[in-house]
Design a protein around this ligand. Structure first.
Ligand SMILES: [Zn+2]
Length: 375
């Protein structure tokens, strides 16, 4: 896979990527701040893509020497996590020496629980918040992007921080086309791309954690991985392993700005900013009930029909059980919610049972067919 960094405007960077299959992708990242035009910021996403597809990566222009030294370490992490899905590859690029000039400290800021928690608790050292359109918000969903950006601008102003606004086609034009798994594989490297592109302004970039240290699992942004994307100019800090989601909601529940502008929903059903009925919305509402907090962005009681209808993964069930246990500890009782969660989890077990029986039937039938004479 070859990567050619193209000339672009001060606020825009572009890479033309050609795969060994001959497919081409042109990826553009733009911002209201000037961006770094070296090849360095393209290393993390291209490394992950290369490992996933078993394609070596070749850059046509120099990459920062520190970032290049981190790449083999990042490869070790992925190979340890996903020995079957990922492959060791070579990265070919001339090394350049970075310049440590910027002093800013940025923090990714989607408006969710994790980013509000980091923005509020690390306020003393954070100089800029970073909003990205093109990751959790699809690049062509301009309406949602406009609403989310307006909320992020207001929140940043209330928190007293300038907002760096970034729009990138990295996910839509490249990651989704290969395709790469956004959560497990790609999103951390995509965030690193944005952080490295801001090297003229930031020396440290906080990546708010998704999980506490007790919940860690292989995941695209991880404390073992994020720092390995650092360059001579920008260091990545995976922020907060000692507080779980409920602890974070308790903390941000006391902050007026967070309660006004919270944005947790990725499903946006019926075009609603926080739909109130998806897993993430319901999990956050349970957290707010535990914290005794109310959010104007996520108003109203918990919709029990929506809870009992949730399609749950094992991890979802784990989080909901934790939420109920925390409610009980906090002395908040809601029998209807307990029943609704039980119903959703029972339905999940029933679905797993049916899937198991279907699988067993398939195996038995295959064996029966295999024993038929003449086959
Ligand atoms: Zn929702």
């Amino acid at each position: 896979m070859t990567v050619r960094v193209e000339d672009s405007a001060a606020h825009r960077i572009t890479a033309r990527i050609v795969t060994p299959l001959g497919d081409e992708a042109t990826v553009t990242t733009e911002s209201n701040y000037e961006l770094d035009h070296s090849a360095t910021s393209w290393l993390p996403p291209l490394l992950v893509a290369g490992m996933r597809k078993k394609w070596n990566v070749e850059f046509d222009s120099p990459v920062d020497s520190t970032a290049l030294r981190g790449a083999p370490e990042a490869q070790k992490v992925f190979l340890d996590w996903y020995p079957k899905r990922f492959h060791a590859i070579s990265v070919s690029a001339d090394a350049s020496d970075g310049v440590l000039s910027a002093r800013g400290v940025g923090c990714f800021f989607s408006g969710g629980v994790d980013s509000f928690y980091s923005a509020i608790t690390q306020s003393q050292r954070i100089t800029h918040l970073i909003f990205v359109h093109g990751f959790d918000i699809a690049i062509d969903d301009e309406d949602l992007a406009d609403r989310a950006l307006a909320g992020a601008r207001d929140a940043a102003a209330e928190l007293g921080k300038p907002l760096i606004e970034v729009r990138t086609t990295l996910r839509s034009a490249f990651g989704n086309r290969l395709p790469l798994d956004w959560g497990y594989d790609f999103h951390g490297a995509a965030l690193a791309h944005v952080g490295l592109a801001l090297s003229q302004h930031l020396s440290t970039v906080l990546i708010p954690s998704s999980n506490s240290r007790w919940e860690l699992l292989p995941w695209g942004s991880h404390p073992d991985l994020d720092p390995l994307w650092s360059s001579s100019s920008v260091t990545f800090d995976h922020h907060e392993l000692d507080v779980n989601r409920l602890g974070k909601i308790r903390r941000i529940g006391r902050n007026e700005t967070a309660m006004k502008h919270l944005r947790v929903c990725w499903e946006n059903r019926d075009g609603r900013f926080n739909c109130g009925v998806c897993f993430k919305c319901i999990r956050t509402k349970i957290g707010l009930a535990v914290a005794g907090a109310e959010s104007a962005a996520l108003p109203g009681d918990i919709d029990m029909l929506a809870v009992s209808s949730l399609i749950l993964t094992n991890r979802h069930s784990f989080h909901l059980r934790n939420g109920l246990a925390a409610m009980e500890e906090a002395g908040v009782t809601d029998e209807d919610l307990v029943k609704a969660v039980d119903k959703a989890i029972r339905r999940r077990h029933w679905r797993q049972g049916v899937a198991y029986l279907r699988g067993a039937r398939f195996v038995v039938m295959a064996r029966v067919r295999g024993r038929r004479p003449g086959r």
